[in-house]
Every structure is written in structure tokens, then in C-alpha cells.
Design a protein around this ligand. Structure first.
Ligand SMILES: Nc1ncnc2c1ncn2[C@@H]1O[C@H](COP(=O)(O)OP(=O)(O)OP(=O)(O)O)[C@@H](O)[C@H]1O
Length: 258
């Protein structure tokens, strides 16, 4: 089966005060259709840089990015627009990713309008998307500041689903939410991933979240893959120092919460 996403030997450096700092050292990663891969690593290990490369917001210095078998490493113009129809990202702070001047319904309908759907079809699709993420119809008429953080994250998931993407990237999507809302959003994502056979890259610094959502984990440390494998293997028998440290940090957090 062709992977939905394949990264081959991705390299990236940044120039800072005249010096180049290598932040990604030859990352290889594949995600199959319908698979959820957890990308985990401590702050500064290169997770956001990798997401920006996958989303073509920045260029890699070297390596290849394949989306559904197609080389999109240099995608621009129409090829990039086609990529964005199939790849969606949800962020940590959903309120910041909605335009405060428009209602949530208007923002969810934005990609649909761009694809030429009639106002009536947009309206019907927005209501169906709200239902899928467990929000009442009335939320279509609310502004981003008129809903809670959890509701806003549900709305951003609805917007991400509007064009039925093949890959959903969740960038610390539950980190800003309180623990119970976090669990609700993870359960929602898990159901949507299963129902829609959508692939997901779930990016987090919190290893403890991954058994609830991911099939496989990739542990990033200092810009390299320290370890990757089945979620239960890594949680039960971490091999790398990076995975052991993330696991012990997660255990410590849970102990502190008790
Ligand atoms: N635009 C930039 N210019 C220079 N250095 C950068 C830039 N963006 C990130 N870096 C550096 O690259 C490294 C990786 O950063 P990145 O944001 O990818 O890490 P991260 O794992 O996403 O961290 P966090 O979990 O804190 O968001 C860090 O050392 C960071 O300081």
C-alpha cells in the first residue's frame, strides 16, 4: 500500500547569528492510510520544524517529501493547493486559528466556498460537520470568543474535516486543554480517524497521551529519530534514553496529579 506520507532523509538547518545550526538530521518517516503515528519529543527536538516542512511552510535543505506517492518536496502553485486539500493541521490554540471577525460556521465553510459549493450546500455541510464533532447547530452562529477552548478545538476539527483530508496533523492539539476536555478530544479524534480511514500525525511532548490514540510512535531527540515502533512496545520497553526520559516525565506528572 502506498504510504500517505513518506519522508526520506529530511535535513534542516537554521542560520543564527551567521552560524548554521543543524536541527533535523536525516529524518525518515512513513504513515500509511488510516494509521495514526505519534511524534513525540522534548521541547526543541525539532517537532515544529518537521511539521512546517511536511506542510510546505518551509523548505527542507535536503531529502524528499512524498504525499500519496507524489513528490511534493518542491510543490508550488496548483500542486501546493492540491496538497492543502488533502492535508490539514489543527493547532494548540484553536481560538488563534479562527478569524475573530467571522462566525465559526463561516470559518468552517471557508474551504467549501473555495471549492465552489453553493451557500445552501455549504450550510448543510457545516451543520453535518458540527454534528460529527459533537457541537450543536447553534454554534455555527457563534464567534470564536463565544465558545470554550474545548468547543473551539472541536470546531477547528470540523473545519479540518471539511474537505475530507487524507492526513490530519495534530500539533499539540490537546496541550492547552484541561485533562477531561483533553480526553474528550482524543476520543473524538480516535473515532474520526477510524470512521474516515484518515491518517494522523499526532505531535506532542506528552508520551502518556499516545497509547490512547497512536498505533505507532516515533521518538525524536536532538533532530534525529531516537526510536520508533509499536505504541505498547515503546511504552512498556523503551530502548532509547529519550523515550525513557519522556516516560519518566509522564509518570512523574501523573503521580503529581494524584
Ligand atoms: N526560525 C528559526 N530560526 C532559528 N532557529 C530555529 C528556528 N525555529 C526553530 N529553531 C531552533 O530549532 C530547534 C528545533 O525547534 P522546533 O521549534 O522545531 O522544536 P520543537 O520540538 O517543536 O519544540 P517545542 O516543543 O518547544 O515547540 C530549536 O533549537 C530552535 O531554537
Amino acid at each position: 500500500m502506498t504510504p500517505i506520507l513518506e519522508l526520506r532523509n529530511i535535513q534542516k538547518s537554521y542560520r543564527r547569528r551567521g552560524e548554521r545550526q543543524q536541527v533535523l538530521h536525516g529524518i525518515n518517516l512513513t504513515i500509511a492510510p488510516g494509521e495514526c503515528v505519534g511524534l513525540v519529543g522534548r521541547s526543541g527536538c525539532g517537532k515544529s520544524t518537521l511539521i512546517k516542512i511536511i506542510a510546505r511552510l518551509i523548505d527542507a535543505d535536503d531529502g524528499t517529501l512524498l504525499f500519496d506517492g507524489e513528490d511534493v518536496t518542491q510543490a508550488k502553485g496548483a500542486a501546493l493547493r492540491h496538497l492543502y486539500d488533502r492535508l490539514q493541521i489543527i493547532f494548540q490554540l484553536p481560538q488563534a486559528s479562527f478569524d475573530p471577525r467571522h462566525t465559526i460556521g463561516w470559518s468552517i465553510a471557508e474551504p467549501l466556498r473555495a471549492h465552489g459549493l453553493s451557500p445552501a450546500d455549504c450550510h448543510a455541510r457545516v451543520l453535518s460537520l458540527l454534528a460529527q464533532v459533537g457541537l450543536p447547530k447553534a454554534h455555527a452562529g457563534r464567534y470564536p470568543h463565544e465558545v470554550s477552548g474545548g468547543e473551539c478545538q472541536r470546531a477547528s476539527i470540523a473545519r479540518a474535516l471539511a474537505l475530507s483530508p487524507a492526513l490530519l496533523i495534530c500539533d499539540e492539539a490537546t496541550s492547552a486543554l484541561d485533562v477531561t476536555v483533553q480526553q474528550d478530544i482524543i476520543a473524538l479524534l480516535r473515532r474520526l480517524i477510524a470512521d474516515q480511514q484518515m491518517a494522523c500525525l499526532f505531535v506532542t511532548h506528552d508520551l502518556a497521551l499516545l497509547p490512547q490514540i497512536a498505533d505507532r510512535i516515533v521518538v525524536l531527540a536532538n533532530g534525529s529519530v531516537a526510536e520508533s515502533g509499536d505504541v505498547s512496545d515503546i511504552i512498556c520497553h523503551p530502548q532509547s534514553m529519550a523515550a525513557k526520559e519522556l516516560l519518566s516525565a509522564a509518570c512523574q506528572l501523573q503521580e503529581n496529579a494524584l
